[in-house]
Each structure stands twice: as structure tokens, then as C-alpha cells.
Write a protein that binds this ligand. Structure first.
Ligand code: LLP
Length: 429
């Protein structure tokens, strides 16, 4: 079963007509498929099954409690980057002993919160941070596991704004500093330095950057061991790609075939932090056409009721998302080139935009779309990762609802916000 497929000219999620869901919940709405999320999780688990692997779902990609709960029940751990994400992961039923905590700016408050909850591991990004964790651990009497996040200076060929493993990025510790730290590791006696961590960026469409980074790290592990540090865990981060255009992209087994031999050589257990791979293509955003507008210069706009505040990826990264009417007799074409659209019979070349007062509030420019009119529904595909979790109330727009589909059932997992929600918490006298 395809997660989102057209049957009889109308879009389904699993076994439910999108139109039926929307007639109850309205638009804009995020709709997720529970069984796709689980299938993606198990695909990764199977691909890396040769080695003891802890999969930690990256909460930042989709932090809805019900989504996290689905994954917690499947046995997933969680990758968090703030006290708030840790709170969510635990509230969703996540087992703290399967939670890893990354991020360059963990505050003392967040470190204490993580210590109180006995999380599995801190991914440490600087010497100053290590000092804080060591001191706070000493006070608490606990000896937390720590992995050093290495910045391997590898270009993962992602969008410039989502690359993290180059020397100019703020993330991780470079090799020279790591080697210094290893020599002085006895200074940090309140932590158990037993892992290394690397996250190169996202999404990464070839396995090559992982291989290059891990090859560099193999040597560092040896140095750690020579200095008496027992490195048991190699955290390979996230970044596994998904297809945004419908074309084939590499799958977990392709990553695993090259990564596993290296990790075996390291004699380490694997930790990984996938986000997008699990939820990206498990969710869509449905929006309704409010108006169509044609300028005197012949430009056609489709103005819809979702906007950049609901899904910011196109505005922020020029990200490509397929967009197609929910009801249509025209088959969604193969995307030959995301930057070029060819119109066929019954289609228009349009800009699909939201109502926000910013010129960057554009979901797609010069895109071929079947002719649509006021009130028609559009599906924005591949919106399950970094969609709702990056949404805001900009322009005082209540955020959309979220719906989870399971077979022929669905459930609202986050209510649409109201105007009252917009002002909740403001002190107004
Ligand atoms: N681990 C760490 C340390 C990360 O920083 C990230 C993502 C992940 C794991 C998960 O990466 P994933 O498997 O989801 O690719 N907002 C951007 C993506 C930013 C990713 C930030 N870090 C987007 O919409 O494309």
C-alpha cells in the first residue's frame, strides 16, 4: 500500500479519503500515516540489524506527542536538543535510558533536568560544555555517559543552511581539540567518556560523506583507547535522505552496506538519530485555495490558506515539495527537474502562495498545476518532517491541526489553534 495514493481521482492516506478527513477538520491540516512511520522505523532497524543499534528518533523533525508515542511503543529512543524536547520525549512514553541529548548550548538547567532523568548520553559539543556537565554531574553524584561530537570538516553537500559538519559550522569539536581533550580526560572524572558522535547535515543523498567522516574517526577511536578511554558507542547522527520529487533515492540498506563495515572495525555499538527519514514522507499538508489571481502581466497566482508560517521550508531553503490537487483526473507527473515545470493539457503555470505579508511566502514558483479554482484542495507532499515543528504564529495565524491516520481510522492529534490561543500567556491589563 502506498501511503498517499490517488484512487478514483481522489487522494487517500492509507485507507481514508483525504477529503473525508478535511470535511471534519478543515484546512490547513497536517495529515500523517502511522503505518508509514512504523515501516520507515523498521526499515532502518533491519538495515542496521547486524550490529547492536539504538535508533533515536530526532524529535526536532516532528515533536508531536502522539507521533513520538508511536515510535516509543515501537522501541525507539529519542534524540533531543533542548529541555523542552526532553520533556516531550518523556511525556510521550520515551524511555530516558534511550535518550541522547545534543546541541551546542545546553544550559545548566537543561543539564540538571537530563541528569535527574538519567538519560542515556550527552553529546558534548565543546570543552566548556564538558566542564559544566562534569561539575553538575559531580554535584548530583551521577556519572553520565558522554560522547564527544566531532566536527570532521566534511562537506555533506546539503543546502548551506542545513550543513553541520564543516569547520566553519558551530557544531562539534575538531580533531586537534578532541585529541588534546582525550589526553586530559582524567580531569573529567565525573563523566563516563564512552562515545563519539558525528552529524554531518541533512538531507544527505550519498553515503560517501558518512564514510569519509567515519574513516577519520576510526583513527581517533584508536587514540582514545591508547589513552585508556573505552569507546563503546559510535553515534552516526541523522541526515538520511528522502525523496521529495518522487524519484528513487538511496535507502537505509545502501547506507548500512558502507557504514556497517566501518563501525564493525571500530568495535562499537551504533547510535543513530534519524528524523526526516522516518517522518518526512509520512506526512502531508492540506490547504484550500482561497483565491486565484491573474495579473495584467499574465502571471497566475494560486492563493491558498496555508502559508510560510505553517511550512517554512520553501521560504527558508528554497525547498522543493510536490503539490497537487486532492481531487483531479490528471496524474501527478514525474518530476524531471524541480526547477522546471512543463505544462500539459488542462494545466496552468502558477505560483502557489500563502496569505502572509512577505514576498517569500511562496510554496512553489512557476509550477505546472492542473487548473484549480476557489475552494479546491491542494496536497503539499513530504511535509511530515520540519513542517509543523518549525511552524509559527507569524501574522497572528493560528497553527493548523494535526491528524494521524491508522488504516481506516483517524484521530486529531493536535487541535487547530484558536484566536484565544494566540494571546494565551500575554499579560494584558
Ligand atoms: N542529529 C542531529 C545532531 C541533528 O542536528 C539533526 C538535524 C538530526 C540528528 C536529524 O536529522 P535528519 O535525520 O532529520 O536529517 N530544518 C531543516 C533540517 C535541519 C536539521 C537539523 N538537525 C529542513 O527542514 O530541512
Amino acid at each position: 500500500m502506498d501511503t498517499f495514493e490517488y484512487r478514483n481521482k481522489t487522494l487517500f492516506c492509507e485507507n481514508i479519503k483525504i477529503e473525508d478527513i478535511i470535511s471534519e477538520v478543515g484546512t490547513p491540516a497536517y495529515i500523517y500515516s502511522k503505518n508509514t512511520i512504523l515501516a520507515r522505523y523498521h526499515e532502518l532497524k533491519t538495515a542496521f540489524g547486524d550490529v547492536d543499534t539504538l535508533i533515536c528518533f530526532s524529535v526536532k523533525s516532528n515533536s508531536n506527542l502522539s507521533i513520538c508515542k508511536v515510535l516509543a511503543e515501537a522501541g525507539s529512543g529519542f534524540d533531543v536538543v533542548s529541555g523542552g524536547e526532553l520533556f516531550r520525549a518523556i511525556k510521550a512514553g520515551g524511555d530516558p535510558s534511550r535518550i541522547v541529548f545534543a546541541g551546542v548550548g545546553k544550559t545548566d538547567k537543561e543539564i540538571r533536568y537530563a541528569l535527574e532523568n538519567d538519560i542515556f548520553m550527552f553529546n558534548v559539543e565543546s570543552l566548556s560544555e564538558l566542564g559544566h556537565i562534569n561539575a553538575l554531574a559531580g554535584e548530583s553524584g551521577k556519572v553520565p555517559r558522554v560522547a564527544l561530537r566531532i566536527n570532521p570538516d566534511i562537506d555533506a553537500k546539503t543546502h548551506a543552511k542545513t550543513t553541520t559538519g564543516k569547520k566553519e559550522n558551530k557544531f562539534g569539536i575538531d580533531f586537534t581539540e578532541a585529541e588534546e581533550l582525550i589526553k586530559q580526560s582524567s580531569r573529567y572524572s565525573s563523566v563516563d567518556l564512552c562515545g563519539l558522535h558525528v552529524h554531518l547535515g541533512s538531507p544527505i543523498y550519498t553515503v560517501d560523506p558518512y564514510v569519509r567522516a567515519l574513516r577519520k574517526i576510526v583513527k581517533l577511536i584508536q587514540k582514545c583507547r591508547d589513552n585508556g578511554l573505552d569507546i563503546e558507542y559510535m553515534n552516526i547522527g541523522g541526515g538520511y535522505c528522502i525523496s521529495y520529487t518522487g524519484e528513487e533515492v538511496i535507502r537505509p540498506r545502501d547506507y548500512a552496506s558502507k557504514i556497517l563495515p566501518l563501525v564493525k572495525e571500530m568495535q562499537c555499538n551504533i547510535i543513530m538519530e534519524p528524523g526526516r527519514f522516518i517522518v518526512g514522507n509520512s506526512g502531508i499538508l492540506i490547504t484550500r485555495v482561497t483565491y486565484t489571481k491573474e495579473t495584467l502581466h499574465g502571471k497566475k497566482f494560486i492563493i491558498c490558506d496555508a502559508a510560510m508560517n505553517d511550512l517554512i521550508r520553501p521560504a527558508l531553503y528554497d525547498a522543493f515539495h510536490r503539490i497537487w490537487p486532492v481531487n483531479t483526473s490528471i496524474k501527478m507527473p514525474k518530476v524531471e527537474d524541480p526547477h522546471k515545470s512543463t505544462i500539459k493539457k488542462g494545466m496552468d503555470l502558477v505560483d502557489i502562495v500563502g496569505p502572509v505579508c512577505e514576498s517569500s511566502d511562496v510554496f512553489a514558483a512557476k509550477r505546472a498545476l492542473p487548473k484549480v479554482g476557489e475552494g479546491d484542495l491542494l496536497a503539499i507532499f513530504s511535509a511530515g518532517a520540519y513542517g509543523f515543528s518549525m511552524s509559527s504564529q507569524y501574522n497572528s495565524r493560528p497553527r493548523p491541526c494535526e491528524v494521524l491516520v491508522d488504516g481506516d481510522q483517524y484521530r486529531i492529534i493536535r487541535k487547530r489553534e484558536t484566536y484565544e490561543d494566540l494571546v494565551k500567556g500575554e499579560n494584558f491589563t
